[in-house]
Design a protein around this ligand. Structure first.
Ligand code: URA
Length: 191
């Protein structure tokens, strides 16, 4: 999808997540056999979790965070006393980048207007940015996750917690502890 003026106008006219999902499914073209992954969760969740892009299992099922990274995320959410069902989960990029590569800057730019409208429609109290693609898309293209992770940021009046992506912590115990610590901080802030 290249976000032309027409689509940007449509985005502002979109009044709810269902209509935004329809627009997203119309505009993004996944590979054959795959689906766009729009996001899921309560329409006005207090917590919004943003990942990078769907992986293989997500693109096959059309749901975010259902593969290995998702299972790890579920575990750490539970440990932080955060119920996944109460959070809204999505990604910056809505279709799987070929070979699961990191999304290109152009792909992030194309997807960003949809994500920003999604944030407005959900209207969360807290956003968790999982990994540097989400951190840079939501907060600042120059932000370095190693410098700001674990420190509350703000975007349009919403508190934002930048932290590691679950895929980045599989083989790194230190990062794993920091991700858990950041989610505990988010859990406490929600209560
Ligand atoms: N990684 C992500 O960033 N998002 C998903 O939905 C799955 C894996």
């Amino acid at each position: 999808m290249t976000v032309g003026t027409a689509v940007l106008t449509d985005l502002q006219a979109v009044r709810d997540l269902e209509a935004l999902r329809d627009l997203c499914l119309r505009e993004f073209s996944p590979a054959p056999g795959e689906q766009a992954v729009f996001g899921e969760g309560p329409a006005h969740a207090r917590l919004l979790l943003i990942g990078e892009a769907p992986g293989k299992q997500e693109a096959e099922s059309g749901r975010p965070f259902v593969g290995n990274a998702g299972r790890l995320l579920n575990k750490y959410l539970q440990e932080a006393s955060i119920r996944r069902e109460e959070a809204y989960l999505t990604n910056v990029v809505k279709i799987r980048p070929p070979g699961n590569r990191t999304p290109r800057i152009s792909e992030v730019k194309d997807a960003l207007p949809v994500l920003l409208r999604q944030i407005e429609l959900v209207g969360p109290r807290i956003i968790v940015c999982l990994g540097s693609v989400a951190v840079q898309a939501v907060l600042d293209p120059k932000a370095k996750i190693t410098e700001i992770r674990g420190q509350w940021q703000e975007k349009d009046g919403i508190r934002v917690m930048p932290t590691y992506h679950p895929s980045a912590v599989f083989r790194d115990e230190d990062k794993r502890d920091l991700l858990k610590q950041d989610l505990r901080e988010v859990g406490a802030a929600l209560r």
